[in-house]
Design a protein around this ligand. Structure first.
Ligand SMILES: CC(C)(COP(=O)(O)OP(=O)(O)OC[C@H]1O[C@@H](n2cnc3c(N)ncnc32)[C@H](O)[C@@H]1OP(=O)(O)O)[C@@H](O)C(=O)NCCC(=O)NCCS
Length: 432
């Protein structure tokens, strides 16, 4: 990788396309405080968030690393310094089946001002982001999305699903293993240092997890630490320590009161991270035995949550499934070689990609150890699929049989499933 996110020039194709419409695509230098403030205000406006205070903006600026902040400006406006469109992107490792990680272009903060929508600005920005990722030598791009209708057209596809849970606590009597360690109530500051190594242990073992540093806003947000977080004072933190005192898991949650009945609180579980089965059991039991709570709700839980098998009443847990992490393969060889496979063999994939990054016919050969070699080939394909379908299969949690039934691919589905399915269900535990 020769170029760096901050060293790379602005994508000229999208620059020219937007210039033809009287708009300027440029990279923002966050050292320019006034320009950064205008950019943050525009981003918040796009997501219907309240206007942030100068303190909040300054604090957030302190988190920036090699993030590439892009904007589109319209010089004909009364306030031309406020961008009419925003994106912010950075390189983050995405864990893949087998425990390897691929450096991935994480795209966030995609907004277009309501006055400038549906005239192709987001398309110009997104295509620029994908070309930028290619220039950086990154094999794939990823995002978590506000609406699931936007990104398929750019080759992204849901790769990691998530479950939202609602638990009738009084029916969910604990029948699971008794964890030998202890649960402690801790402060946000304490968890800030103790919790991140646990996050890292889980990340290494779980496909779909996205790396964030211990100093990043993605970690501090979970803890309610960034300035101006209105939710912070309501957050509670519990840490599970193994019998030998080593922290192995934590939960972050808050209570919502039912004003009509003090015994009917809702416990909203924001995060539960467990590096061991004991930590998982210890933390869930702790939450399920919370007095004055009628319901536990939890969003963004893994699809293979074992909880139901650890309580007296399977039906105490209701769940709904949703898409969460969307990925987009840009470099087929590098993406497919970055993971391991569940079965050896050879399969030839013909990939269709309207944006051309991944298009071609590729032979994937997997050895007995599960390692892959990918080469361009003129052989007859065993499977025909879109880059969207390949991106979903790649992270290991989406079934080829389901995609075939949905009309997203044709060919040797049994072999695809045998090779691509991950024994550990992919899970992405954050929004970004
Ligand atoms: C989503 C958003 C960025 C789109 O910006 P935009 O400049 O209007 O989009 P474009 O004009 O470039 O549209 C590109 C394509 O996406 C489609 N599209 C745009 N917004 C869409 C939406 N919300 N739902 C479905 N399709 C959408 C357009 O129809 C167009 O399709 P086509 O090129 O296949 O004809 C903008 O509506 C926005 O800021 N929304 C609020 C913030 C948000 O949700 N951002 C996404 C964060 S993940």
């Amino acid at each position: 990788m020769s170029a760096t996110p901050l060293g790379l020039p602005v994508d000229q194709t999208s620059h020219a396309r937007l210039a033809a419409d009287g708009l300027t695509l440029a990279r923002l230098d966050p050292a320019d405080g006034a320009a950064y403030e205008a950019w943050i205000r525009a981003e918040n406006r796009g997501f219907l968030q309240p206007d942030p205070t100068p303190e909040v903006i300054e604090h957030r600026r302190g988190y920036l690393g090699d993030d590439r902040i892009m904007g589109v400006w319209d010089s004909s406006l009364p306030h031309p310094q406020v961008p009419v469109a925003t994106t912010i992107s950075w390189i983050a490792d995405l864990t893949l089946p087998g425990g390897g990680a691929a450096p991935t272009w994480a795209i966030s903060g995609v907004t277009v001002a309501p006055t400038h929508r549906r005239r192709g600005i987001a398309r110009a920005l997104l295509e620029a982001e994908l070309r930028t990722a290619v220039e950086l030598g990154l094999p794939l791009a990823m995002l978590t999305v506000s609406e699931s209708t936007i990104y398929g057209r750019f080759g992204f596809s849901p790769s990691v699903l998530a479950r939202n849970l609602s638990i009738d606590r009084r029916r969910a009597h604990w029948t699971g293993p008794v964890a030998p360690g202890r649960v402690h109530l801790v402060s946000a500051e304490q968890l800030r240092s103790d919790g991140h190594p646990i996050v890292e242990r889980v990340r290494a073992a779980t496909p779909g997890q996205v790396h964030y540093a211990a100093t990043s806003i993605l970690w501090d947000r979970q803890l309610g630490l960034p300035v101006g977080d209105d939710n912070a004072k309501n957050l509670r933190f519990a840490r599970y320590d193994d019998a030998d005192g080593t922290p192995a898991g934590f939960a972050i949650y808050r209570f919502v009161e039912d004003p009509a009945d003090f015994t009917q609180h809702e416990l909203r579980l924001q995060t539960l991270v467990a590096a061991t089965p004991d930590a998982y059991a210890g933390l869930w039991r702790f939450l399920l035995e919370m007095d004055l709570v009628a319901t536990i709700t939890a969003d963004l839980r893994p699809v293979d949550e074992p909880l139901r098998w650890m309580i007296a009443d399977f039906r105490a847990v209701r769940s709904s499934e949703t898409d969460h992490l969307w990925t987009r393969i840009l470099d087929v060889k590098a993406s497919l070689e970055a993971r391991t496979y569940a079965a050896p063999g050879r399969i030839v994939l013909r990939v269709e990609d309207p944006l051309d990054f991944a298009a071609g016919t590729w032979a994937l050969e997997v050895d007995d150890a599960g390692s892959a070699t990918v080469t361009a080939t003129a052989d007859t394909p065993d499977v025909d699929l879109t880059v969207n379908a390949l991106s979903s299969l790649h992270v290991g949690g989406v079934s080829a049989r389901v995609l075939e039934a949905a009309g997203a691919l044709t060919g040797d589905v049994a072999r695809l499933d045998a090779m691509f399915r991950s024994p550990v269900a992919p899970y992405t535990s954050i929004w970004f």
